[in-house]
Write a protein that binds this ligand. Structure first.
Ligand code: GRF
Length: 191
């Protein structure tokens, strides 16, 4: 099957940029909010969609977010574009289980810690706060459970004296930028 990747973003998009530089076949980039990642995709002439989660009732701390509706909208965009592999690249909204009906085993995520340690959205901060000497990155197949699923690649990153969340996260990303595209390539030959 010819590989067509759908990338989901919420932020700076530097992992997306690394995938583009690598020449991976990206069919669409979807964001859950206006973000720099969408601009990177637009400049690279990749089709983009903004499925703003606020339109589905998302509010920080709020309870009435229509997560199923939001997830179905994104899933529809990915399917319409003929995507057969989804790569989350700094995507910050948890999907409802619906997406796994269509893409089970075909959604990959890069997470900035050595899973199963430090799951969740504050992984870099939590590693610093825990005082561990080493953290890193994990690339894994996503499942309904947050930051779980079969691990495809892991790389360690030492925590240095004086590290802040920002300096440590940037060093982790420097490892992720080559590792994520390489892992996607290897994985895509097996599906
Ligand atoms: C990466 O560290 C990734 O592990 C995490 O979000 C970050 C994305 O960075 N899930 P960017 O937006 O691609 O620069």
């Amino acid at each position: 099957m010819k590989l067509k990747i759908g990338v989901t973003v919420s932020g700076a998009g530097s992992l997306l940029d690394a995938m583009i530089q690598d020449g991976l076949p990206i069919g669409i980039v979807v964001a859950d909010r206006p973000c720099h990642g969408l601009e990177i995709a637009y400049k690279a002439n990749i089709p983009i969609r903004l499925v703003d989660r606020r339109r589905y009732g998302y509010k920080a701390g709020g309870a009435d977010f229509d997560r199923p509706g939001f997830t179905e909208h994104i899933t529809r965009n990915l399917l319409e574009q003929g995507v057969n592999l989804v790569a989350m690249a700094g995507f910050m909204t948890i999907f409802s289980p619906w997406i796994f009906r269509h893409f089970r085993g075909r959604i990959i995520n890069s997470h900035p810690s050595l899973l199963p340690d430090f799951k969740g959205k504050h992984a870099v901060f939590d590693a610093l706060a825990a005082g561990v000497a080493v953290t890193g990155t994990t690339i894994h197949i996503a499942t309904e459970q947050l930051d779980e699923g079969p691990i495809l690649a892991q790389e360690r990153v030492p925590i240095l004296e004086g590290d802040t969340e920002a300096t440590l996260w940037e060093r982790i990303k420097q490892v992720e930028r080559p590792l994520y595209p390489r892992t996607i390539r290897n994985f895509s030959t097996t599906v």
